[in-house]
Design a protein around this ligand. Structure first.
Ligand code: ADP
Length: 154
């Protein structure tokens, strides 16, 4: 069969992939940790975004590179400044569920101008309380796309 048919099939397969099958481990920081420690962790883990969690391990906030740079400008004591002060917090966090598709993840990131999405499961009977189970980034989408386009016969 012809190439354009095959490409269409691949594109179709790509958009139906589930977040659950591509998510990476979430890299977390306690929300009372300092901005200084968050910057160190960002380098150690080689990620662009950290997810802040409360003492129950529930998602409390998102801390990105720009958040950390902004906090660093003109602030002398980053060891005394908790990430909870500078993070984007609930309920303003855009999340995704494991059973949603990569297409939905891509749309959420592009429409909201963000680089990553925390993958979450809602805690039963606690509205807006989320258990963090992974992360999806723009790199995740690019990697999935490449895998599917290179692996033509499956
Ligand atoms: P960077 O700061 O490295 O460019 P982003 O573009 O992802 O990273 O972040 C831009 C802003 O959006 C930051 O203030 C960050 O806290 C916020 N942000 C990042 N991810 C999310 C998300 N999933 N939901 C809500 N806000 C987010």
């Amino acid at each position: 069969f012809n190439e354009s048919y095959e490409t269409k099939q691949q594109a179709k397969r790509f958009i139906h992939q589930k977040v659950a099958d591509y998510k990476a481990h979430p890299i977390v920081v306690g929300k009372s940790a300092s901005v200084y420690d968050a910057i160190v962790q960002l380098f150690l883990e080689d990620v662009g975004t950290l997810y802040a969690v409360d003492t129950n391990g529930h998602l409390a906030g998102v801390v990105s590179r720009k958040d950390l740079l902004r906090a660093s400008l003109g602030n002398q004591n980053l060891s005394e400044l908790p990430v909870s002060v500078i993070m984007t917090r609930m309920p303003n966090i855009i999340t995704i569920n494991p059973d949603e598709t990569l297409l939905e993840a891509a749309k959420k990131m592009i429409h909201n101008h963000i680089d990553s999405l925390p993958v979450v499961k809602e805690v039963a009977e606690q509205k807006s309380t989320y258990l963090l189970v992974g992360r999806i980034t723009k790199t995740t989408i690019t990697r999935a796309y490449l895998e599917i386009m290179e692996n033509k016969s499956t």
